[in-house]
Design a protein around this ligand. Sequence first.
Ligand code: HEC
Length: 462
Amino acid sequence: MKILFFFLALFFSSTSTALADCPAPADSSFAAAAKAKFDCSSSLPLKGHETDRKFQVHYNFPKTLPDTSKLPWLAINPDQDPAGYMKAILAYVTKVNARPEIDWRIEDNKQEHWCDAPWFFMLREPLRGMTTERWSRPKELHTLQTGWERNFAVGIYNDVACYGFGQIWENPAFPKTRGFAFTEGAVSAKMLFTSATPSSVPYLAGSKEWDIAGKKDGGTMTMRLLQLDISVKDKRSPNGWFFGTFVYNAMQPGNTPYERLVPVGLIWGSDPALNADAYLSKAMTPTESWVNPDVVAQFYALPRQHLGLFGRANGPVDNPQSACITCHQRALDWGTAVLPDTWQETEAEKLLPDVPSDPYDDKAIAAYFRNIGTNSPVADTQSLDYVLQVSKGIAAFRNWVATDFPDHAASTTDVPPYPFKQSDPDTCACAPTNAKAVTIDNTVEGISEENGPDPTGRLFLR
Ligand code: HEC
C-alpha cells in the first residue's frame, strides 16, 4: 500500500511539474530535440494555481501571404492623425482577442489568425506566457510610487507577421534568416502589466488584472495592465515601421479597460540630431515622433520628465534613455551563438548597446540614435526587421545549438557567422558595457520575495 502511494505521489508530482515542462523529443535526433524546444510553451515553475489554464504557444504560420489590401489603418494618414492611426490598429488588435471569452488566448480566436514568437519558453511564465521586463524605479510611474515595481509583457502577431515567422521557422531545426524582411501590414501588439497597485499608481484603478506565475518559485502575483504597445510595418514610415504606445488611465471614460487606453506617442524615426546640446541649448524637440501633450504633462512632473530620451516617443515602462524604434532597429541575427559571459558577448554589446552609454555624450548619442531603414544595425549581419522577439528567439536557438549540439552550429545557419574580433580593452574607445544590466541584491528597498525578485538576479535596464 505504501509503495502504491509512493508511486501515485510520484505520478502526480511528475505530472504537475510536467505541465510547466517542455515536451519530450520524439527520438534522440537533433531535429527532434529542436522541435521539442520549439513546441515548448514554458519551462518556468508554477506553484499554486496548478489546475488553472496554461499558456499554450500557438504557431499558426500561414503558407501564403494574407490579403493586405483592406487593413483598416491604411485609410488614415499617420502624419495628419497619429492618434487616429494608432486607434485603428488598437481596434484591429483587440477586436476579437480582447473579447472576455478569448482574453488573449489566441488559440481560441477562430475568426482571425494570430501567433506567438518561438523560442521564449525559458523566459515565459506558465499561465499567460509573459516575460519579465524592465522594472519601474521609484517615482517612474507616479509620485506616490515609493518602491520598485515589476513589469511583465506578452506580445502577439497578426497573420502577416506570422507568415514571416513561417518563412524563418518552417524547419525548427534550421531557421532561415538570409534576406529576411516582414511584409507590409505585419503587426505586433504587446501588453505590459505592472505589479504596481492603485494605491501607489492611482491611474491604474479599474485596470485589467491577470494573475501570473511571476515569482521565482512559480508563485503567482496579481498584475495590472499599464501599457499596450503596437508596431506596424507601413511604407509611409521612412524606416518602414511605426511604433506606438498607449497607457491605461482610470480617469478616462469607457466601459472596458481597453477603452480607457490613451495614445502616448507614435514614432517613425530616431531623430539623430536631437542630442543633449540641441535639446538644452536650442530647445530642439523630436520631429520623427508624435507625442500626446496630455501624457507628456502627466509624466513631465516626475523625476524622469520624458518617456523617451529628450522627448522622443516611448512608453512609461521603457528605458527613458532610449526610444521605441531606436531600440527595435537592433533586431539582427549574428549567424552564430553569442554565449553569456564570453568575450563575444562583450563585443556584441559594444557593437549594439541596449541604451546609449551616456545620454550627454554626443558621440554615443550619434552612434545609437540612427535611422537605418532596412539595413542591419551592424555591417555583415542579417537584419531581422525591427522585431526583437525574432532576434532573441534566433539567439536563444543558436546558443542552445552551440551548447547542446555544437556539431550542428555551422549547418543550422544560412547566414555567415559574424566574425567577432576581440578588442584590446586598453585601446578600445567603446561604450562601457555595464549599461545593460546591474546585479541587484534582494535587500534593495522594495525588491523582496513579496513582489518577486527577478529570477535571473539581474535587473534589466533595457
Ligand atoms: C531599450 C529597448 C526597447 C525599447 C525602448 C522598446 N522596446 Fe519593445 N521590445 C524590446 C525587447 C527586448 C522586446 C522583446 C523581448 C520580450 O518580449 O521579452 C520588445 C518587444 C516588443 C514588441 C513585440 C514585438 C517585438 O518586436 O519583439 C512590441 C510590439 C514592442 N516591443 C513595441 C515597443 C514600443 C511601441 C516601444 C515604445 C513605446 C518599445 N517597444 C520600446 C526592447 C525595447
